[in-house]
Design a protein around this ligand. Sequence first.
Ligand SMILES: *Cc1c(COP(=O)(O)O)cnc(C)c1O
Length: 444
Amino acid sequence: MNHERSRALYGRALSVLPGGVNSAVRAAPQPYPLFVERGDGGHVIDADGNRYVDWVMGLGPLLLGHDTPEPVQSAIQSRAAEGPMYGMPTELEIEHAEFVCRHVPSVEMLRFVNSGTEATVSAVRLARAVTGRNKIVVMQGGYHGAQESTLVEGTADDPAPSSAGIPRSFAEETIPIPFNDVEAARDAFRNHGDDIAGVLVEPVQANMGIVYPQDGYHDSLRELCDEYGSLLLFDEVITGFRVGGLHCAQGKFDVDPDVTTFGKIVGGGYPVGAIGGKTEYIEEFTPTGDVFQAGTFSGHPVTMAAGLETLKFCAEHDVYDHVDSIGTQLREGLSELLEDHAPEYTVVGTDSLFKVVFTRTETDPQDCANGCRQDPTCSRFGACPKRGTDTADAETERYARLFRPAMIEEGVLVSQNQFEANFVSYGHTESDVEETLEAYKHAL
Ligand SMILES: *Cc1c(COP(=O)(O)O)cnc(C)c1O
């Protein structure tokens, strides 16, 4: 396969963009990233004209695939034709917020912003303001965007910034605990309960492997937050309108968070974020409350049109049935493949998320054929990743240096590193599944 033009573009990019990219993870592919020419359904075509089955799917936003259906496309075009934006409100923002409030159980009111990062920044500020406390509990291996309060690693007793440029004193207000570990959450509250503003958690950890919550885990977090007067903040930037369909992961797991952050799908492929929740909290944002929150591009008309029409299209078509069924076919197919080709590896994922984590312990893969559910009675339970950080112990180098390049040669793009999820879209077909399973068979 020829990648000459991608290579040349990368050379040019390195002179003017750090690492040749505008978001760090895009530089992960070895030996250099492929530059994209265009998308087509469930496929992308690179700068050299090579076509791939695409499971990167924009890193999550493209639930409908690269081809937006007619009503979505025409809504976007007609908004763009009426001038890009105004700095004044439009009816579209109300309509989109009404749609989200109607479908997401805990959300009564919403503030739109421009990225998932902005959403989590504002949610953390809100939780601190509402409670008058500073500390935020996060999960080790969780991701909440490029923000100061959550780019934190280490343990509850010894948190440290995970990026240069973040003051240690900021990290000291963050309490990183292991996901799926109720005892660790209890300890954090026992030790710091009166200082904890909120717990910020991805309902399914989806940025470092895909880790399903153990049965009752989120209920325990909910109870702890209630007991100590802290807010439960669900980061549904990935899971929102993907896991659990239009009701999101909180609907699937029947949990009632105080505040929810959205991003990705809710903008239909355009830059977006949102903070939703109970009216009593969301009204704390300015101008109704005292928590400053503003953005020149927030509620951008083109984004609102794309997001709203995407979700309406999902409500009116078999989108979730389709993507979840393709997800199941992939997870089951991969489980079957692994039995013969790599019995130590673990298939993870749910709904339209899937992944093979290159774990190292060989066990019987049969109980969890449709993706790991963190079931203590499963024969693989001892070997599966229980929390995002466990994925770091998997064979990341093999993934990056051998596996992913081999998949590219097979014409299939999987996540750009071992940590991120693969995303199924409405544009993917059963023949994409077959091609992908065949590629895994050769590349594993
Ligand atoms: C992608 C992501 C974010 C950050 O969103 P951006 O739009 O990239 O700023 C936050 N939280 C989660 C769970 C995400 O997956």
